[in-house]
Design a protein around this ligand. Structure first.
Ligand code: HEC
Length: 149
């Protein structure tokens, strides 16, 4: 009995270490972020009855660009947010540092609906020359949940 208990303690400690190991794990769920994605999904369904869900690969393509419709100096989200979203970005014009976009590196991302909407409505026209659709917004967030460059 005593022997099996001493074995259990190190196993428990290992489990705690695994749980806190960081960026290799999927992003932690957040109710506010889930609500934002649910809202975009409902809007995407309204825009297109054939909508079947968000797609990280489509989000990655949008994030990386290059696009030609917007400002010449900002052909991609990656221009300011960096091609590897787990890293800090840099504003193309002001040079100011921007916190990482990947949720794995920055768990506060996409948790304030008003902030998220404000930035989408500013950044999409700068890059694409038009607003992002609800599907595109959901695709980008879904991509940034993966923590992949
Ligand atoms: C000219 C530089 C620039 C470009 C290009 C740019 N962004 Fe941003 N973005 C910013 C800045 C500055 C912030 C605000 C600082 C922050 O949130 O860390 C921001 C924040 C955001 C946020 C808010 C995230 C949150 O958690 O509140 C979203 C969403 C966003 N950007 C999406 C995009 C998308 C999508 C593209 C490409 C279509 C893009 N951005 C291109 C500069 C840029």
């Amino acid at each position: 009995m005593r022997r099996s208990q001493t074995r259990l303690i190190p196993a428990g400690a290992a489990a705690v270490l695994l749980l806190t190991a960081g960026t290799a794990l999927p992003a932690r769920a957040d109710p506010a972020r889930d609500a934002i994605l649910t809202t975009y999904a409902a809007e995407a369904r309204k825009e297109d009855s054939g909508f079947t869900g968000f797609d990280a690969a489509r989000g990655q393509a949008l994030y990386r660009g290059p696009h030609t419709g917007g400002k010449a100096e900002t052909p991609a989200c990656a221009t300011c947010h960096t091609p590897d979203p787990t890293r800090a970005g840099q504003h193309q014009k002001t040079g100011r540092s921007i916190e990482p976009m990947a949720v794995t590196a920055n768990p506060a991302r996409f948790t304030n609906a008003a902030d998220v909407e404000k930035r989408f409505s500013r950044d999409c026209p700068a890059v694409l020359g038009r607003a992002c659709t609800a599907r595109e917004k959901g695709d980008v967030i879904t991509y940034l949940l993966t923590g992949k460059p």
